[in-house]
Design a protein around this ligand. Structure first.
Ligand code: BES
Ligand code: MN
Ligand code: MN
Length: 462
């Protein structure tokens, strides 16, 4: 593409400042206290899409937060790329672990980002990565190099399960019609090892509640004579894995796809250093399912993890009490072919079955979604691969990720098109954690690489 590097160099400071302004708005979708900020962010995205050259932009109301839709249609004979991203972010807590305030972006150098990185909640997930697409469009429209049609669909509820987006997609098939969906909301291996995400795990997220006695009890007067909901809950949770760290829920593995020897062999070729992995996390050993490598455990195997657990007295000092109730939030990451609604049912039945007498169990499903794999023999993948070759000088490695973007499987089902995941974040960018950041190199490289995807996808479509 003509002048892409010089265009980026010329507008670099503005590109950074615009992103920084977006990051200053705390668009936390899970917490209603931030409602106005989430709505304000949607307005800001609308303005930025208009500035970038969309002919038509609208804020589409839903039962939850709005979806920002924008398009630039240049010819019905040309292919259409649908860009998806999200403008909502995860909560910043625990806020005291941030080195700088989460909504006051600062640029700092890190070992992985010697050119500097922007530190703020949402910098990488997903405002920074979503905004690369807005700036890539600006470049293409302002230099008359947009080779095809483009539609943008930026939602505000990805971090809470995209429930209203599902309805929007089902009701707007014609409007969203496209030839390929392009998303930057994943990662790559390293700044000098580009990769394309070819798989996402599915998810089933549940909350459990164990109720024992009808009130909190004195732990001396009643201790030992009634079931303690917290003791019971932790014992039940512990029983969900066996000594090999296999999940014990009957039927859980029934539809799990076993990879062929060749595919597993292929995975071992992905550059990975276990010592560095352990060092980065300050752990002396990795942990997981017997018979699988670390890369396999977090990409092609399903998991069950407690995300939060509470009950009883957690204040200062000691209080002798047997709580009436205990709670936990549990997520199961699923692999392709495992149906999340079925897994949720299996979990519920099993969890109710293993409860001892003396307590009652309530399982409340939250959200979920199916896993996804993209084949690498389609023109979308090929276009992405050529784009990386152009800007990184290397062929990107296809790699499955352990994370989830549940809406992607629904896109395929409803819109009948493949999704290409061109992520530019690093695993060390601390998404969902304190001190989330996004490398300036990654941000600008993303803006540089995206227009080549448009170019090659259009060329390969002919
Ligand atoms: N962008 C992430 C997912 C992701 C990150 C996938 C890195 C692959 C690599 C997304 O915003 C996210 O956090 N998804 C949630 C699921 C959602 C239903 C809350 C997740 O994976 O926990
Ligand atoms: Mn995301
Ligand atoms: Mn996220």
């Amino acid at each position: 593409m003509k002048e892409i590097q010089s265009y980026i160099a010329e507008h670099k400071n503005r590109f950074l400042n615009e992103l920084i302004n977006l990051l200053k708005i705390p668009s936390v979708s899970t917490d209603t206290a931030y409602k106005n900020d989430v709505l304000k962010t949607a307005d800001a995205i609308k303005t930025s899409l208009e500035y970038a050259g969309c002919d038509f932009v609208q804020i589409c109301k839903t039962d939850g937060y709005p979806i920002v839709y924008g398009e630039k249609i240049i010819s019905k004979d040309l292919p259409t790329i649908l860009i998806y991203g999200h403008y909502d972010v995860q909560p910043a807590d625990p806020i005291e672990l941030w080195d700088s305030p989460p909504y006051e972006p600062v640029i700092k150098k890190t070992e992985k980002h010697p050119e500097g990185a922007i530190f703020a909640r949402g910098a990488c997930d997903d405002k920074g990565q979503m905004y690369m697409h807005v700036k890539a469009l600006e470049f293409m429209t302002s230099t008359n190099q947009l080779p095809c049609n483009v539609k943008f669909m930026i939602e505000g509820e990805e971090e809470v399960g995209s429930v209203n987006l599902s309805t929007f997609v089902k009701n707007n098939q014609e409007k969203l019609k496209n030839d390929v969906i392009l998303i930057s909301d994943t990662g790559m291996i390293a700044n000098d090892i580009p990769s394309i995400t070819t798989g996402l795990r599915g998810l089933s997220y549940v909350e459990v509640e164990i109720t024992g006695p009808n009130r909190d009890l004195h732990s001396g007067l009643y201790g030992g004579a009634v079931a303690n909901p917290i003791n019971v809950l932790t014992k039940m949770i512990a029983s969900l894995h066996d000594d090999d760290n296999h999940i014990t829920i009957p039927g859980f593995y029934d539809n799990v796809e076993e990879l062929s020897k060749e595919e597993r062999e292929q995975m071992t070729k992905v550059p990975f250093n276990l010592d560095n992995y352990k060092k980065a996390l300050d752990i002396d050993a990795v942990y997981g399912e017997t018979g699988y490598s670390t890369n396999e455990r977090n990409a092609i195997r399903p998991t069950l993890d407690v995300n939060g657990i509470w009950g009883g007295y957690t204040g200062e000092g000691a209080k002798t009490v047997i709580a009436s109730k205990a709670y936990a939030k549990i997520s199961m990451r699923l692999v392709p072919n495992q149906d999340w609604e079925n897994i949720t049912k299996l979990f519920k039945t099993h969890f109710e079955n293993i409860a001892p007498k003396g307590v009652t169990v309530k399982v409340t499903p939250h959200h979920g979604g199916q896993g996804y794999v993209t084949p690498i023999d389609n023109i979308g993948y090929k276009a992405a691969s050529k784009a990386y070759q152009e800007t990184f000088g290397k062929t990107p490695i296809p790699q499955r990720s352990g994370g989830s973007i549940p809406i992607v499987a629904l896109f395929e089902q409803e819109l009948k098109s493949k999704t290409i995941l061109m992520g530019f974040g690093l695993d060390s960018d601390a998404i969902h954690s304190p001190n989330e950041h996004f490398g300036i190199f990654n941000y600008l490289k993303g803006i540089e690489t995206i227009p080549y995807f448009y170019k090659y996808f259009t060329a390969l479509s002919k």
